[in-house]
Design a protein around this ligand. Structure first.
Ligand SMILES: *[C@@H]1O[C@H](CO)[C@@H](O)[C@H](O)[C@H]1NC(C)=O
Ligand SMILES: *[C@@H]1O[C@H](CO)[C@@H](O)[C@H](O)[C@H]1NC(C)=O
Ligand SMILES: *[C@@H]1O[C@H](CO)[C@@H](O)[C@H](O)[C@H]1NC(C)=O
Ligand SMILES: *[C@@H]1O[C@H](CO)[C@@H](O)[C@H](O)[C@H]1NC(C)=O
Ligand SMILES: *[C@@H]1O[C@H](CO)[C@@H](O)[C@H](O)[C@H]1NC(C)=O
Ligand SMILES: *[C@@H]1O[C@H](CO)[C@@H](O)[C@H](O)[C@H]1NC(C)=O
Ligand SMILES: *[C@@H]1O[C@H](CO)[C@@H](O)[C@H](O)[C@H]1NC(C)=O
Length: 650
């Protein structure tokens, strides 16, 4: 049975080398907000000029925000004609929009060199940075790379008062789209909790054609403040701008004050209808899921948006049927609390509120995780629902420097709060995806150290706890880095002991984990073993080498990941292939031979047959030798660098 197209392919390699052959435009995720000057500029600068026409009418979206919240100011900012903007949004010329209202902006889009763009300009203000301009002012309609490309910015300095040329991300339909009746492309700004299916529905287009337009697959992730293209057969309908959750808008001016009553009623009708449809479809979805829970989810285009939030586990239909604790169920509560060992502190909710200044946004880390100060020490506090007994039980039992330490718990109003040791450098995912917004960078030896740390932690779980545990959701989001960049495995919400798994959970019913990291035998037959973690570890190492999320390796095309990796090893002469594979932010600073060894290890880890995958203690031995050689290599590089400096200066 197929759950989703398990067809890994090095999508990015193809995007990079031949952006045209895929026809439509690749979605590049967080790349659009990647500001450090490195990485691959393709499509980050704009959508490729591959349409039928070199210029066309296109549409952008923009969320009104003060001061850009009126027909005039938005038109001026985005270089649109105010009369056309007013017309398509069905407001008067002097209208202002409520904050966060999605405004449709008609623009002329044309090729400038390789990329499509719509031109506008912007005068730099105090304290502006390219990132602030691209992400905050233009909300992701432009990118740092595009701005740098079109403006002479010696050393990237910005001076207030300078007028910058701003290329906005737009595109014209390709021949394939035109053949399907697509007339316009709308650059839609993704926001929190958006999914491709919701966006498509809002503009009345098929989800599959939106996915196609962005070379996305059902398994892809989309991120806030990036653009995706919505292929339209006619001018965008204003109903697409009503936000899906029906919030009966406050009596204050939904449109212009001059809009009149009839206009307002019309808005309410739209909101009502859209809201009703959303409500009905979500109800239908719930019912569908209940009824077809045994059927797998190949038709559910779940696309999580919360950028790397803690909750990215892809959950297939059913959660484990643990005890869901509610306030009243104090018996179960005390049962769990009493099972908590003495080593674990039970905090009162008041203490946690104090530690986080009442969960104030300035203490927020990501997802439902907050930073807190308890007795002068930093801690990470995770709010969670559902059954935490397994995680508590496990973490209470283990004590290892490569496994996150749980120091306490608290319970309030149906939510558990788990208090963990604090990891100063956040999650590994923030560091390895080269398209990240901050200039975070790990060198080769650091990456190997982290791999070794993770392997050590996993080996401990597999071999030295009793009963042995399987993490089941190993991924870069769940690896935390302390201030010395030593890694700790976290998020044990899916971890299970090896024994007792089968009787509690019938096989194949609970496919839970994260796409791309899940081993084939688990997806296909629900087989659970420690080799699941080995597979995920292989994928994790691949991400660390390439600086790409595993999601980027999935497209519709049938290319096998193992074949791809083997190809890197086979073509001994072709260094370029390895160069394309490796994280560009490493700038070639890695020991090629060691890299090939690690690639070989990855190949073994992701072997289709779990029996052929190495055990963690074997991986451990291998990686400690690799790290040793890497450190030697690093030292030799430094020495030669110093020598060349000396010889130059003398
Ligand atoms: C159009 O689609 C065909 C097959 O579906 C594909 O081979 C071709 O590359 C696409 N061309 C463009 C420009 O999108
Ligand atoms: C391309 O240009 C032609 C002629 O100007 C026009 O008729 C056609 O609609 C355009 N196609 C698209 C997809 O914009
Ligand atoms: C867009 O193109 C049309 C026709 O080519 C032109 O009349 C109009 O002024 C252009 N709009 C902008 C904002 O440049
Ligand atoms: C908007 O313009 C219309 C005429 O176009 C005018 O009647 C109305 O008073 C104006 N509203 C505001 C708030 O300026
Ligand atoms: C937009 O700006 C680019 C770069 O300055 C220029 O090459 C292009 O011709 C401009 N496009 C239009 C339609 O003015
Ligand atoms: C990007 O801009 C949006 C507003 O457009 C803002 O809410 C968000 O926090 C910004 N992202 C970062 C990382 O600053
Ligand atoms: C999307 O699905 C619909 C029917 O579900 C089909 O008619 C259409 O051809 C599909 N479009 C693409 C681009 O695959």
């Amino acid at each position: 049975m197929r759950f989703f197209p398990l067809i890994p392919v090095l999508a990015f390699a193809i995007f990079c080398s031949f952006p045209l052959i895929l026809g439509q435009q690749p979605y590049i995720g967080l790349g659009t907000t990647a500001c450090p000057r490195r990485g691959n500029p393709h499509s980050i600068r704009g959508y490729t000029c591959n349409g039928v026409n070199r210029s066309c009418q296109a549409y952008l979206t923009f969320r009104s925000q003060p001061i850009y919240n009126s027909v005039n100011t938005i038109s001026a900012l985005l270089g649109a004609e105010p009369s056309k903007l007013a017309e398509i949004n069905q407001v008067s010329r002097n209208a202002t929009f409520e904050t966060n209202r999605l405004v449709i902006v008609p623009v002329n889009c044309s090729c400038a060199g390789e990329y499509y763009q719509s031109n506008t300009s912007y005068v730099v203000q105090n304290a502006d940075t390219l990132f602030l301009i691209a992400n905050n002012t233009f909300e992701g309609l432009s990118t740092c790379q595009a701005l740098e490309n079109q403006n002479e910015l010696p050393r990237g300095d910005l001076f207030s008062g300078t007028r910058l040329a701003i290329p906005l991300r737009c595109a014209c339909p390709t021949i394939n789209q035109t053949e399907k009746g697509v007339k316009y492309l709308l650059s839609y700004l993704v926001t929190w909790d958006d999914s491709v299916s919701v966006i498509s529905e809002r503009f009345g287009v098929y989800t599959n054609s939106t996915l196609d337009a962005n070379t996305l697959s059902y398994t892809s992730t989309i991120y806030p403040f990036t653009t995706i293209l919505v292929p339209l057969q006619g001018p965008p309908s204003i109903s697409g701008t009503a936000e899906p959750p029906p919030s009966p808008s406050p009596p204050s001016t939904p449109f212009s004050p001059s809009g009149g009553n009839s206009n307002k009623t019309w808005v309410y009708v739209v909101i009502g209808v859209v809201g009703g449809i959303a409500l009905i479809s979500s109800l239908a979805a719930i019912i569908f899921c209940r009824v077809y829970s045994k059927d797998k989810k190949k038709d559910v285009p779940v696309i999580v948006s919360q950028s790397q939030s803690q909750s990215q586990s892809f959950e297939a239909i059913e959660k484990p049927k643990g005890k869901i604790l509610l306030d009243g169920e104090s018996e179960e509560l005390s049962e769990i609390l009493s099972s908590i060992g003495k080593s674990l502190k039970v905090y009162s909710f008041k203490e946690l509120r104090k530690a986080t200044e009442d969960f104030s946004p300035s203490f927020w880390i990501k997802g439902s995780v907050y930073r807190g100060v308890i007795n002068g020490d930093l801690a990470a506090i995770k709010k969670t629902e559902g059954d935490v007994s397994k995680e508590i039980e496990l973490l209470n039992k283990v004590n290892h420097s490569n496994v996150i330490r749980l120091s306490g718990v608290s319970f309030n109003k149906g939510h558990w709060y788990l208090v963990y040791e604090y990891s100063a450098n956040g999650s590994l995912s923030d560091w390895i995806y080269s398209s990240n917004i901050d200039d975070k960078f790990l060198n080769w030896a650091q990456r190997m150290q982290i791999a070794l740390d993770v392997a050590t932690g996993l080996d401990y779980l597999h071999s030295f706890t009793c009963p042995p545990y399987i993490h089941k959701d190993l991924k870069s989001n769940n690896i935390l880095l302390d201030s010395y960049f030593r890694a700790k495995i976290s998020n044990f919400s899916l971890a299970r002991s090896v024994e007792g798994e089968e009787d509690q959970f019938p096989m194949t019913r609970h496919i839970i984990g994260t796409k791309g990291y899940m081993a084939p035998e688990y997806l296909e037959h629900g087989v659970v073993s420690t080799k699941l973690d080995v597979y995920a570890f292989g994928i994790l190492m691949m991400e660390m080498l390439t600086g790409k999320e595993v999601a980027a390796f999935y497209t519709e095309e049938k290319v096998n990941l193992s074949d791809f990796l083997s190809a890197i090893l086979d073509e001994e002469s072709d260094q370029e292939r390895l160069g394309d594979f490796m994280d560009p932010s490493l700038h070639g600073n890695y020991p090629t031979e060691l890299v090939k060894f690690v690639v070989r290890l990855i190949l073994n880890c992701i072997d289709k047959d779990p029996v052929n995958r190495p055990a963690l203690h074997e991986i451990l031995t291998f990686l400690s030798r690799t790290l040793e050689s890497s450190l030697t290599w690093e030292t030799s590089m430094n020495i030669s660098a110093n020598q060349s400096l000396c010889s130059r200066s003398s």
